[in-house]
Design a protein around this ligand. Sequence first.
Ligand SMILES: [Zn+2]
Length: 141
Amino acid sequence: MIAYDLQCANGHAFEGWFEDRKAYLGQQKNGLIACPICNDTTVDIIPSTFGIKSSPSTAPQQPSPEEVALQQFSKQAIDFVEKNFDDVGCEFAKEALKMHYGATEPRNIRGVSTKEEEKTLKEEGIQFFKIPMPAPPDTDT
Ligand SMILES: [Zn+2]
């Protein structure tokens, strides 16, 4: 069985079920399909409504101005941090805690921390910023 969305000459839309396309064509030709609303036998299949998308442009997509600004900002932020902050790597949370408790002199540090460590830092009331850095090699696995 096959379902067609049909429309009569008066613009009524309805659905018709047929054995196959040939059966539909035969019935349509012989005026056997009648509109359930006005009984008109001049019916046609409503052109299917699937969307047509223009072929994608081959040119690489340009980033939006916002994306460009964000990228530039991130780069500046990263440059600044790299120049002015000690890289403590995975020791970030440890170092931050040491400073927090006066075990070491306060200084600017940067590094990576796990979600657990971030939670600890937050619980200790230690403020830190997260900025998107080029992803370090994943050592979790
Ligand atoms: Zn009709």
